[in-house]
Design a protein around this ligand. Structure first.
Ligand SMILES: Cc1cc2nc3c(=O)[nH]c(=O)nc-3n(C[C@H](O)[C@H](O)[C@H](O)COP(=O)(O)O)c2cc1C
Length: 349
């Protein structure tokens, strides 16, 4: 399905109510008329090729990337339990308002956003989104945000007895003034944080890495050595756009994070390098996936699974479409399918 609409950030910060309602109306019309959409959202489909990460089975290797999935919207159009996993928007100890608007700008092959981790806080998440996702049968990866080690600890402590299947610690956000990327770009800071977080929970812990660093393998090693069960990579690259009429930055935060097809080849190289350095730890490949081939490339580079982000801002069903197509592709690639099912990865030399 091809939605001829500009890339839109789900939190609606750059949209009017009319935009929102037009968009939902448009998607609803397509949902009713488009055979492709109907078959992609067919609730009876049974996936044949699971993957396993840190002991957690995903029914297929395709999840949503944090911040690009909206339960209220997607839950209306498809069965979210059909996704390999749902990675939620980052959750902080108290509600965060996020950055001032405008928070996003388009670029030639993607988007630049500085939403700033707007979210209602962990207590609301535990009482609202998480139970709804579990009720729908989703495999839930709860994304954890913090401005300090104490912030991360408070959230993880509260999630320890929750029904979340996995925790994804976001030490890679480029759009917050403290925490986030500052921790994820320093192996010592990450080690210090891991030593505090690891004793708080037995839940599988994924560390989400930043590409805004010269050698990601150092940070990846620090994560693994201090108890990370898996890595997800990559978060966005720092970028900006300028309005040439005014000579001013388009985004109020001045810089934001670049995502979308533009970053796919770089993300792939990061996954490949980290896999070569760390042969065992499960890796979730993220960055610019818009087609089944993009996803396959990550699996051949050494990822155990992938998450689809910005593509879902254009077509909310993109992760599901890609999951279905990948299931069919894996029928004709039994060797790769078998490795993923056993929690292993493709041995690219
Ligand atoms: C609007 C938006 C919000 C995001 N929010 C989060 C977040 O809360 N936590 C996080 O770890 N990553 C967040 N990300 C990063 C994505 O999860 C993903 O790592 C990145 O966009 C690259 O994937 P993509 O090119 O498929 O979009 C966000 C990305 C976008 C575009």
């Amino acid at each position: 399905m091809d939605l001829p609409l500009p890339l839109i950030i789900w939190d609606g910060s750059n949209m009017t109510d009319q935009d929102m309602s037009n968009r939902h109306g448009y998607v609803q019309d397509v949902a009713e008329e488009d055979d492709n959409f109907a078959s992609a959202t067919d609730r009876a489909y049974s996936f044949r090729h699971p993957t396993v990460l840190a002991g957690v089975v995903w029914k297929n290797p395709v999840g949503t990337a944090s911040g690009t999935f909206n339960l209220d919207a997607c839950g209306r159009f498809y069965d979210v339990s059909q996704l390999g996993s749902v990675s939620t928007k980052g959750v902080s100890p108290v509600p965060w308002e996020g950055n001032p608007v405008p928070r996003s700008a388009e670029s030639a092959a993607g988007t630049v956003n500085a939403v700033g981790l707007q979210n209602p806080g962990v207590d609301v998440y535990l009482n609202d989104e998480l139970p709804r996702l579990k009720h729908l049968g989703a495999t839930v990866v709860t994304n954890v945000a913090g401005h300090s080690d104490e912030d991360y600890c408070q959230v993880v402590e509260k999630l320890a007895d929750s029904p979340a299947d996995m925790l994804e610690i976001n030490v890679s956000c480029p759009n917050v003034s403290s925490g986030g990327m500052a921790v994820g770009s320093d192996p010592h800071a990450l080690e210090r944080l891991m030593k505090k977080l690891r004793p708080l929970t037995d839940k599988p812990m994924i560390i989400k890495l930043t590409p805004n660093i010269t050698d990601m393998t150092e940070v990846a090693r620090a994560a693994e050595a201090n108890g990370a069960d898996a890595l997800s990579m990559i978060n966005t690259f720092v970028g900006m756009r300028i309005n040439t009429q005014t000579g001013k930055p388009i985004i109020a935060n001045i810089t934001g994070g670049v995502s979308g097809p533009a970053i796919h080849p770089m993300a792939l190289a990061f996954v490949y390098r980290v896999r070569q350095a760390l042969p065992k730890i499960p890796i979730i490949g993220i960055g610019g996936i818009a087609t089944v081939d993009d996803a396959l490339e990550f699996l051949y580079a050494g990822a155990n699974a992938v998450e689809v982000g910005s593509a879902a801002l254009i077509d909310p069903t993109a992760p599901l479409h890609i999951a279905r197509q990948l299931d069919q592709e894996l029928d004709s690639r039994p060797e790769l399918a078998e490795l993923l099912k056993k929690g292993q990865t493709w041995p690219l030399e």
